[in-house]
Design a protein around this ligand. Sequence first.
Ligand SMILES: [Mn+2]
Length: 327
Amino acid sequence: MAIVYHADADGTSSAALACFAARALGAEVVPETPDKGENVHSPAFGARVRATGAALAVVLDTGSRPGRLFEVPTVIVDHHRADPAEAPEVEAFVSTFGDDRGTSTSALTFELLAPIAPIAPRAWLAALGLLGDLGDVARRHPLVAAAARQHGFTALREAVSLVNAAGRSAAHDAGVALAALLEAERPADLARGDGEAARRLRALREDVAAATRRAIRAAPRVYGRWAVIELDEPYRIHGPVASAWTRRMEGRIVLVANRGYVPGRVHFSVRSHEPIDLRAALSALLPDAGPDVAAGHDRATGGIVEVPVFEELLRRIQGEAAQGAAA
Ligand SMILES: [Mn+2]
């Protein structure tokens, strides 16, 4: 079984739950996550999944698109925005279609697998994904409340930040986070345990934290309702840097672009303190940019574009600001 996952706290904890369940049911598992600059729809990634020889691919928290995903039979579990009329061509598609106010992929995965595999002692993994994606709002979720009673809220939150750091690292060493979750008996083992993967994970987080501290010092350029920051970092820190600036840029849409993540392309994150439909705001400026732009969530989106497309986006942001000033 190929277990394909998004390399953040939600996707990685979902993958850990699926690994435990599949092994308990007698399957051999091969975890796979897209490399830097790749996604699950990249042909090279599809070829890697095929090369595993897996009889089934279980795809967790990666978003979805219409059409066939892999050549092998595929199950998708996801909570990103999707059009129910254009579901992907897979054997099973479990989705909230973006209505993720109360759940995460990890919670969906746990609910699906707990009745058929002995994963109840690992319910705290579902809590990690909920906290990672929903933040403190997730404290009200029964899985988070139960995990916090048993393991302490601080240990859960620290585990989330450690797992997220792996996917953000310059080497995109997501496998370390999954290995640390698989070796951990409890969330505190990530922050304090002496497992080999946990130690490597803590070192990665130090690197990512130092890069983030550096990047957060760059001041935004303000164009109308947009605030733009440009980075040149091999780390996937554009999202956290954008989130960090939203409070100080109240009323504005914060766009953090990173030219250093994958050379030749610009990866960018869009966030706001206000409940603005950011996907709509971005799509209005780049209506023909394709599926790599304005995916994700209304409150957290972004894109991956070639450098000239990004330059065009900047011009259109400036154009929108000039129009607003004239009105
Ligand atoms: Mn998620």
